[in-house]
Design a protein around this ligand. Structure first.
Ligand SMILES: [Zn+2]
Length: 168
């Protein structure tokens, strides 16, 4: 009887530890955009579960710089061991829902699609700076298609499948 109780406690403890390791703190204002992004990943056959649970937080931040010549609208942060930790979006990006979505997709793509930047300023989602968010928003479907089809994660998946097929 006593043994059974201890086993139950061990089991419950195991459940709680597993649970805490498998939770990501996601800001409710970013959740719908993340859902869309993960849906897009699924439709391009890109696995996201492991990368999602590497993160601690996907959050709106009031601490990111917002000054002339020093504005960070979003960032993927790393811990002291260089492991990915949080995706943070500057509160200022919430000034417009389209801007918020573009900035969030940009940061999500850094993490989930292994993206570096595509250019300095070229009105693409992965440009370092976007001088015209309106042009990207207007062309959203095409922008997203291009983002996924040319992403390192998608290209790596393709070459892996190619390799599997040829070794077969
Ligand atoms: Zn970036």
């Amino acid at each position: 009887m006593k043994h059974g109780l201890i086993m139950l406690l061990v089991f419950l403890f195991a459940c709680t530890t597993t649970f805490s390791q498998n939770s990501v703190d996601i800001d409710g204002r970013l959740q719908p955009i993340l859902n869309d992004f993960l849906d897009d990943c699924a439709s391009y056959g890109i696995e996201t579960n492991e990368k999602l649970f590497q993160l601690k937080k996907i959050d709106i931040s009031k601490e990111l710089p917002l000054e002339e010549n020093n504005t960070v609208l979003g960032v993927v942060t790393r811990d002291a061991n260089n492991n990915v930790e949080n995706i943070l979006i500057n509160w200022a990006a919430m000034i417009d829902p389209e801007i918020l979505k573009i900035v969030a997709y940009h940061e999500f793509a850094h993490h989930f699609l292994d993206y570096k930047h595509t250019c300095q300023d070229c009105n693409e989602i992965m440009a370092v700076t976007n001088s015209n968010y309106f042009l990207i928003a207007k062309d959203w479907e095409k922008q997203v298609e291009n983002l996924f089809l040319t992403s390192p994660a998608y290209l790596a998946k393709d070459s892996k499948e190619g390799l599997a097929a040829s070794s077969f």
